[in-house]
Unconditional design. Structure first.
Lengths: 114, 114
């Protein structure tokens, strides 16, 4: 498993406020929240960027969204609304090279998305 | 199939600048682009919002990202970077109630994402 900060969180080498875990997926609160609800949902499989998603990863990537919608409901933002974001590479500001889905909710979001 | 504008695009009742199509997925340029590259990638299956994604839809949702990464490469933003966004409900500004993935690239994106 890659030596990113998220790999360390998966291996419990550094702490995180974990809100969901199963065999394939981990979710925890972003340490620099950009909204009242800001959760990162990651595959345990090391996929550095969206460019690295392979055909066989499709069910796993879809599962990130199953987890996202469940967390949105659990945290009470499913009806009010939420924004889901994946950043790929430098122009988008990808900060950690372990694929992660941002779930942001609890406030209104403007357009464009950054 | 639902009577959204995207349903009409799928059925070719209204025009769109289509850049990808297969049995399950359609992709076309956003008519109000927020970046030099701004493509919408949608499942042909009518899924109104992210809240409506079912367990059995996981492979289909993942496939949207397989298509996204291919289009990012085709349009020359895979290395520079791109942002992928799904808006759910009012706070996020969801404008059409047929699930759609925004692929935005060709410029730098700020944080937070709206």
């Amino acid at each position: 498993m890659g030596d990113t900060i998220f790999g360390k969180i998966i291996r419990r080498e550094i702490p995180a406020d974990i809100v969901y875990e199963d065999e394939e997926v981990l979710a925890f609160k972003d340490i620099a929240p950009q909204a009242p609800i800001h959760i990162l949902i990651i595959p345990k499989k090391e996929i550095p960027t969206a460019n690295d998603i392979q055909e066989e990863d499709a069910p796993l990537i879809g599962k990130l969204f199953i987890v996202a919608k469940k967390l949105a409901k659990e945290f009470g933002v499913d009806e009010s609304g939420y924004r889901l974001v994946i950043n790929c590479n430098k122009d988008a500001g990808q900060a950690v090279y372990h694929l992660h889905l941002h779930l942001l909710g609890g406030r209104k979001f403007t357009w464009p998305p950054g």
